[in-house]
Design a protein around this ligand. Structure first.
Ligand code: GLU
Length: 445
């Protein structure tokens, strides 16, 4: 790293001790900004790097609730309002036992650039809790969500901060949080949360958007080589919202998706994933991937190694951060994988990214390829503000245009800095300059 960038990074490490994922996300962005800073030194001179790595506001709070046995439980809640240069803070809420301030900060930091890439008027933020919805009753989830929103409601609003879902937060949780917000504020502010149900302000395509967008991005990358997803073997990790709809779109475009996974292992289904069965198991029954295998002849559950051991043409990591390491990357490359598009946030470790880039394969970082989810959240905000509802085709056409636009700005920006095909540089530089120019216009605030 150059001196300027190194100094900023060191200060981040010093000031945010023990927050490994946050350091990792900052390092990746700062490293790829080096050519930007040497070409446009005024950004560094205006202290923009130091400002952009410091959240505008961080909120941590107690979330007490009562479980079904009458016991008091205490979780920790977070909202990191990272950057509001381009619009209200925007980003999901993650409910998972691994959640801590470093994870929320890495996610919030990534969100700034991702949201900028969508070209919508949304700033970056993220929140969540170390609450684990798995194995909780519906009423426990509701009591938790109400307690969480009782505090969060003081900090958010349709023009201030607009949370949505992430891991562990789907339509059910958004519903309970919206109900509590409405009650506390005595106001039907549909635009305060996105990912809402279709009957109460939600947008068609929001559920599908992250997965669909990831696949559309992979398709655009393949198109630069005169190829498509037709006939490709695709491996997918995860079995949540992102994975399910990535599989749906990839199969619709003629690919065969042969895997998905959860924390108990991964499933290989050489005939191609039976999407209706997967949706029944995960969305309706909230079950485990093993339940799929029991009902699907020919599918097998593998509990050793990772899904990346399965040979493929295209890999779509759609589970969680750092799920694909240097060894996994080497295996993928050795077995002929030529495309990696991230549906999750930061799923590839720095070693894996380096391996993909050295091999010269098509590699899309999550902040570009998974931006379809938050982009469609912005479309939901737009419909809420104008009290309209678009049909599925209209919303999907807008999502497709946005993903094409993100892809093309990554390509153009990478070329501008003399590194054609480098989607990491393209995404980071394009996202950064959009935010940085507006921060300059707003003065030192
Ligand atoms: N959590 C999603 C993401 O990582 C979506 C955020 C949103 O829709 O606000 O981008």
């Amino acid at each position: 790293m150059t001196n300027v960038v190194e100094k900023v990074y060191e200060q981040v490490v010093e000031r945010n001790r023990g927050e490994a994922e946050f350091h990792q996300a900052v390092r990746e962005v700062l490293e790829s900004l080096e050519p930007v800073i040497s070409k446009h030194p005024h950004y560094a001179e205006a202290g923009l790097l130091e400002r952009i790595v410091e959240p505008e506001r961080q909120i941590m709070f107690r979330v007490p609730w009562v479980d079904d046995n009458g016991q008091v439980q205490v979780n920790r809640g977070f909202r990191v309002e990272f950057n509001s240069a381009l619009g209200p803070y925007k980003g999901g809420l993650r409910f998972h036992p691994s959640v801590n301030v470093g994870i929320i900060k890495f996610l919030g930091f990534e969100q700034i650039f991702k949201n900028a890439l969508t070209n919508q008027a949304i700033g970056g933020g993220k929140g969540g809790s170390d609450f684990d919805p798995h194995g909780k009753s519906d009423l426990e989830v509701m009591r938790f969500c109400q307690s969480f929103m009782t505090e969060l409601s003081r900090h958010i609003g349709p023009s201030t901060d607009v949370p949505a879902g992430d891991i562990g937060v789907g339509g059910r949780e958004i519903g309970y949080m919206f109900g509590q917000y409405k009650r506390l504020k005595n106001s039907y502010d549909a635009g305060v949360l996105t990912g809402k149900g279709l009957a109460w302000g939600g947008s068609l395509v929001r559920t599908e958007a992250t997965g669909y967008g990831t696949v559309l991005f992979a398709q655009s990358m393949l198109a630069t080589k005169g190829q498509s997803l037709e006939g490709k073997r695709v491996t997918v990790s995860g079995a949540g919202n992102v994975a399910i709809y990535a599989i749906e779109k990839a199969q619709a475009l003629g690919a065969t998706c042969i895997t998905f996974s959860d924390s108990s292992g991964y499933v290989v289904d050489e005939a191609g994933v039976d999407l209706e069965l997967l949706k029944q198991v995960k969305e309706v029954e909230r079950g485990r991937v093993a339940d799929y295998v029991e009902r699907r002849p020919g599918a097998r559950l593998v509990t050793e190694g990772r899904v990346w051991d399965v040979p493929c043409d295209v890999a779509l990591p759609c589970a969680t951060q750092n799920e694909l390491d240097g060894n996994n990357a080497a295996t993928l490359l050795r077995q002929g994988c030529g495309v990696v598009a991230e549906g999750a946030n930061m799923p590839s470790t720095p070693e894996a990214i380096e391996a993909f880039q050295q091999a010269g394969i098509l590699y899309a970082p999550g902040k570009a390829s998974n931006a379809g989810g938050v982009a469609t959240s912005a479309l939901e905000m737009e419909q809420n503000a104008s009290r309209t509802r678009w049909d599925f085709e209209t919303a999907e056409a807008k999502l497709t245009d946005i993903m094409t636009d993100i892809h093309d700005s990554c390509v153009v920006t990478a070329e501008e800095y003399g590194r054609p095909g480098d989607y990491v540089l393209g995404a980071n530089a394009a996202g950064f300059t959009r935010v940085a120019d507006v921060m300059l216009a707003h003065g030192i605030v």
